[in-house]
Write a protein that binds this ligand. Sequence first.
Ligand code: ADP
Ligand code: MG
Length: 683
Amino acid sequence: MEVFPLEAIDKIKVIKGIGEKTEKVFHKLGIETVQDLIEHYPRGYEEFDRPVPIASIQEGITIAIEASLVMTPKVKKIRNLQIVSTQVKDSSASISLTWFNMPFLQKTLRSGYHYIFRGKVIRKNGILVIEQPGIYQREDYYRLLKVLQPIYPLTEGITNAAISKSIKQVFLELTIAKDYIPKTIARDYQLMDRTKAIKEVHFPKDRESMMKARQRLVFDEFFLYSLALRKLKEKKTVLRTEYRMEERPECDLLIKAFPYTLTNAQLRVWEEIKKDLHGEYVMNRLIQGDVGSGKTVLAILSLLMAVKNGYQTSLMVPTEVLAKQHYKSLTGLLTELGISICLLVGSMTAKEKRETYENIKTHKVDIIIGTHALIQEKVEYDRLGLVITDEQHRFGVKQREALMNKGGNPHVLVMSATPIPRTLAIILYGDLDISIVDELPAERLPIKNCVVDTNYRPSAYRFIDKQVAEGRQTYVICPMVEESEAVEAENVIEYTERLKEALSEKVVVEFLHGKMKPKDKNDVMERFANGEINALVSTTVVEVGVNVPNATVMMVENSERFGLAQLHQLRGRVGRGEHQSYCIFVCGSSSKVAWERLEILNKSNDGFFIAGEDLKLRGPGDIFGIRQSGDLDFKLGDIFTDASLLKAAAEAVKKLTDNEVNNIFESNPYLEEKILNGLTGTL
Ligand code: ADP
Ligand code: MG
């Protein structure tokens, strides 16, 4: 049989050992081609350390012990589980071990014999046990000592070992990985060879070499990103606008009509926007501001100015819940000014959509608020002069582009709450001018925080009862929708039932999660916004943008499972009105690191400070850690910890001549498509 060498663009089913079934599972992980597979980087490594004395082990840590069995293992049946348990000892102490559904161990593990056991130490009924430990003969274990074993992101139906094997197989056949970086740059920045880097990052020789390999790949990500931005910028720099606007008295009247005075930061940014809209060039502006800094007002004023200059406008948001909310508040404010607003979201019926398209096309509506539905082919705008995207970090550059292309170069305003320092923002949002709302409304009371363990729940519930009796509302966030065998964490469905029992009968408790039908979601959200629901048990669907100023308590279960940036966004759902607000972070873990991390939130309500502290705590060693930096996600790169690489890559791209840029794109015909796609969720 003839053997063809593998190519990066080949579908993975050409890889030996990957059949139809495995292929499908890989698809679930977003892996279609050989290239995708080798870019499925480990999320971390497991490193086998020397065994430790049993007497020294602590709860929550993964360790190895070298010990002998003091008894023949016992098998116990509980429902459909078969639990094998035994007791082992070394010269310092003894400990119990348990395994699930591995009854054969009763025969293979022998009393009196020595083994090395490696696993996580947990506490069960008050005593320490190691659950599901790996079992090794001494020689085998010592061979693995200090070797970094890749740990991959998994999905149901595939094991870590299987992924590792497939990637090894690729490396047997694939000799060269695709490289976009000009040789001169690779040399100037002392980058490891890309093919070698990819191999090393999967199966590192040692820690040092893995770090160098990772550096190369992170550089690549940032390089391509900067290249994409450069391309984008070339397309639109100094575009003269067809939509010059005049200042309008309605805007000042609206500012006077608000029940509050604008902060200095809001006023400053509003001046910047007005200047752009009035100027000769197309506006491309990012408004960055912490949660609760009042960005929506700026969007509303801009929309009003554009509409009063005769243009159509649109506001794109990442969720239907948020679209509805904006629709409601804008309708309340702007309808009496003779402005017509409509909603366009995926869950509308075909008939409703058709009518809406017609109203848009004939300019019967001035402001269109919606989700991705706004960029559907069928939507035809009429003199679209301004497009705004809220919570921009949830969209890709591509979607922003698509919305822009709907008009003849409309003005663009994007809003984001992701806290990043200005120096990085200039690189990451290189194609935009940046305005920062760096001030919270003055009369806002700072949120009171606490970090507690689950024993605190009864007090928390009494507190919620009291707040509800005073007319306030509460969110309770759980990480899961429903019960799962694989993950031990609170879920919305069960928790809601328990909370109904625990709270006073008068409290109306409902739940909300992403798997509900859009109509039901909207219904619950609306009733919560109207105050008909007092306590809302929810997943993180409420994370972005939701504004119910009467809600004063945010209780987050299993807070240890969330990133700090995400917790900060969740906390941003309260403290939006005149009442004192509270945030209760319930920590379901006894790990010291988890508590330290949450302590950062306890100490500060400032998004920038939190991002910085988070960074310190993670430290440069924690290189493949869980993503914490919010939504500015690259596959490997972390804009905070890898800031210097980001700067280097941006600098490298800047130094390229136009010719060199064209060369890169011409010799890689799919690159433009690939990088623009890759930017989804990034900018
Ligand atoms: P974000 O920046 O997170 O999008 P919003 O625009 O939703 O914040 O504003 C949060 C809350 O603050 C809203 O209830 C809004 O009405 C209110 N708000 C906005 N600006 C001010 C201000 N200058 N003074 C007092 N409250 C304000
Ligand atoms: Mg907002």
